[in-house]
Design a protein around this ligand. Structure first.
Ligand code: KIV
Length: 290
């Protein structure tokens, strides 16, 4: 049965019918280590959240919205304001998944106190349950500081896109023995510091296996093989909205073609004065006879 939504204009909350199950919690996600694989997708808007929510365990309001929604060249320019606005929309559109919001570049690296202020703002303004931040051993004290103060943290290691200016690109990590060992140490450092889950991006399969076997929290992979405890993709990538598909993405639909087809038909009908037709046109009421 499909879900319908009624908008409560006083709270801007979309109330679903039928009522969905209770929202999952961070401890429930944490407990899924080595169990049924966890399903996570990105969402940035209310309608997308509504559609994805029943099928996912977690919705990630990723800072990839910088490129996907705003056409920015990287995630570096993304702001706290953007993350809060989109995060609140995704929370309003979801009832089942744990919503996790990316901490944008520059909002947490300075100190654990800076990270706490930014993360607290994100949770207060959005109603989300957790934040995600990029970085390994260097961020472990911050992960500990936030976790001990009531802010659940998903740590993101391996390929960390906010560090593109240091890394020089988005290639897979863990190719040398030294890099393999360093990323494995990162995984242990942030999970021992209290991260409830670990997002592992763009690493060779043997490293993904080693990380997943070495930590006691779920690993969520993107470009990190099928050996992680769960998977995440950028929704617009898996829906085929962009021309270029990264090697680790499977296109489950061809949304760009679908939209192109609909817009071509609309444009042709407008130009032919075939749209709007009588069904879409308001006419004066005919006077009723007394
Ligand atoms: O910002 C993002 O979308 C991410 C991906 C790794 C899913 O962090």
């Amino acid at each position: 049965m499909s879900t319908t939504f009624q908008l409560d204009t006083s709270t801007s909350r979309a109330t679903p019918t039928p009522a969905p199950m209770k929202r999952l919690t961070v401890p429930a996600i944490r407990a899924r280590k080595s169990a049924e694989p966890l399903v996570m997708l990105t969402a940035y808007t209310v309608r997308t959240a509504q559609i994805l929510d029943p099928h996912c365990d977690m919705l990630l309001v990723g800072d990839s919205l910088g490129q996907v929604i705003y056409g920015l060249p990287s995630t570096v320019p993304v702001t706290l304001e953007m993350m809060c606005a989109h995060g609140a929309a995704v929370v309003r559109g979801s009832y089942h998944s744990v919503v996790i919001i990316d901490m944008p570049f520059g909002s947490y690296e300075g100190s654990p106190e800076q990270a706490f202020a930014s993360a607290a703002r994100i949770l207060k303004e959005t109603g989300a349950a957790a934040v995600k931040l990029e970085g390994g051993a260097a961020m472990a004290p911050t992960v500990k500081f936030l976790s001990e103060r009531g802010i659940p943290v998903m740590a993101h290691i391996g390929l960390t896109p906010q560090a593109v200016n240091v890394l020089g690109g988005y290639g897979a990590r863990g190719k040398s023995q030294a890099e393999h060992a360093r990323i494995l140490d990162d995984a242990k450092a942030v999970t021992e510091a209290g991260a409830f889950a670990l997002l592992v991006e763009g690493v060779l399969e043997p490293l993904a296996i080693a990380i997943t076997q070495s930590v006691d929290v779920p690993t969520i992979g993107i470009g990190a093989s099928a050996h992680c405890d769960g998977q995440v993709l950028v929704t617009e990538d898996m829906l085929g909205l962009f021309e270029r598909t990264p090697r680790f993405v499977k296109r489950y639909a061809e949304m760009a073609d679908f939209i192109e087809h609909a817009v071509t038909a609309y444009a042709a009908e407008v130009r032919a004065r075939a749209f709007p037709a009588p069904e879409q046109t308001y006419q004066p009421q005919t006077a009723s006879r007394s």
